[in-house]
Design a protein around this ligand. Sequence first.
Ligand SMILES: Cc1cc2nc3c(=O)[nH]c(=O)nc-3n(C[C@H](O)[C@H](O)[C@H](O)COP(=O)(O)OP(=O)(O)OC[C@H]3O[C@@H](n4cnc5c(N)ncnc54)[C@H](O)[C@@H]3O)c2cc1C
Length: 498
Amino acid sequence: MKLAVIGAGIAGLTAGVYALQSGFDVTIYESHSAPGGASTSWRRRGYLFEGGLHWLNGSSPASSLHKIWRDIGALDEQTPVYNRDPFFVVDLQGRRACLYRDLEKLKDHLLTVSPEDRREILRLTGDIKKFAAVDMPIGDLRGLKTRERARVPLSFFIKMIPAFTRFPFWSGRTVGEYAKRFKSPLLRELVSGLVRIDTSALSLIFTLSTLAFGDGGYPQGGSLGMALRIAATVKKLGGTIRFNSPVDRVLIRGGAAAAVRTGGLEIPAAAVIVTQDTLTAVDSLFDTPLREAWIEKMRGNTRPMVSTFISLGIEADLSALPESLVFSTGKPLLCGGREIRVLNVNNYAAYAAHRPRGDSDYAPAGCSAVTSLIPGDSYDFWKQCRENGDYGDEKRRLAENFIEILGEIWPQIRGKIAVWDVATPLTYERYLHSYRGSYMSIMEKGIPPVYPVKSGSVKNLYFAGQRLIPPGGLPVAAETGRRAVQQLCLDTGAVFQG
Ligand SMILES: Cc1cc2nc3c(=O)[nH]c(=O)nc-3n(C[C@H](O)[C@H](O)[C@H](O)COP(=O)(O)OP(=O)(O)OC[C@H]3O[C@@H](n4cnc5c(N)ncnc54)[C@H](O)[C@@H]3O)c2cc1C
């Protein structure tokens, strides 16, 4: 049975692998020339810029998600995973705090930095321990035929009970609101530096417990390496990935998905899985935009996560500096019409010291690749720049402003910039065809919604990808890719094989 998958991001590749294993004849259509979607890296003049993965949930074999990464070839025994520690360092005018993975070390360090925050620190480290038991249940859909059942035993949920009692606390406030509980500005910045301040504090405590218990590592080759490994699994199983093949229509006949159109050709398919951002796909891929209750709910409830991403190639050796740093600046960075006074940098020269043998070089010898993610929905600003003809100039101005600010804390980079690169929300929109160039959703307070993987109005049409469970990210992409194939197997009577 012919299955067309739209998109070779992590959701599309995951769906491709499981569908092939379950006996479908799979073609993945990808508009870009490489796999990975938002999970990607790129080279500029000898520098490799890691533009996606900063931590991978499920990198630890103890996590239930790990099985998916192993099933699809994202991780294997030969792929080393690096757990950076400290995960990041905050520097406010020379005063430093570190986010250590080791929980006891973290507690002692935080108490030294700010003894007056003792109560809050003990509560935080206690909750990190409780949330370590919270895991993503990777089960099977009810009624599914499988070769090997993925059981989620009752004990899986029972061990989460202590964390559940703390859910109302963490889901009832944003990270910014939570940070205000600390008296120390340094600790406030530390708890705000991991996930965005306007996101639910639930995503902060999940991430902290992920890091504290040996998960959330960086696999060899980073995001592109991981995508290429999954793409290799697709090919090994006999699947086809057609790059440079944007799909502009899913054709519906007799109320069922019947074909996809790319490059003017209509290619018949018995089923279609759409992994383009659901929010844009439902409007752009069909003759008549899809209107279903869950889609309207998603449209009304989604706040897209949008950023601007700056990369620098620097002819200086920064390997002795922190790998990941959050710092305050004297002069603000002007990005997207906003003044930003706290910035983050990822320093891949420091990573190179720990890099496993065989991993790519991130920079020429003695040089350094540095990246920075500037959060904030600046989509309209950049769109206006493009309409005014200022887009290129504004990108240059931003890069120069950033270089000047970074030069204040790291003077050795002054005059040493070999290359800069700025990816704006318009860049992400162009590559991903996503809503406002977003690659995740902001997780709101409360319990996040879970959207279906199957259309209610069109037969044989399925969805997968980051938008289906806020906040999205790689775990959601992979889990929904797997679930969409399970739904397809359930509908067709096929035996799901993972
Ligand atoms: C800077 C950055 C850092 C991140 N860090 C992390 C992290 O540390 N951990 C984490 O878990 N997540 C992280 N994420 C988020 C994560 O990368 C994404 O949420 C995830 O990769 C989304 O996967 P997806 O397959 O759902 O969607 P996408 O990656 O958007 O994939 C969709 C694919 O479909 C293709 N496509 C779209 N429309 C069409 C069409 N009409 N025809 C053909 N092809 C089409 C696109 O080119 C793309 O390849 C990060 C993202 C960014 C940008």
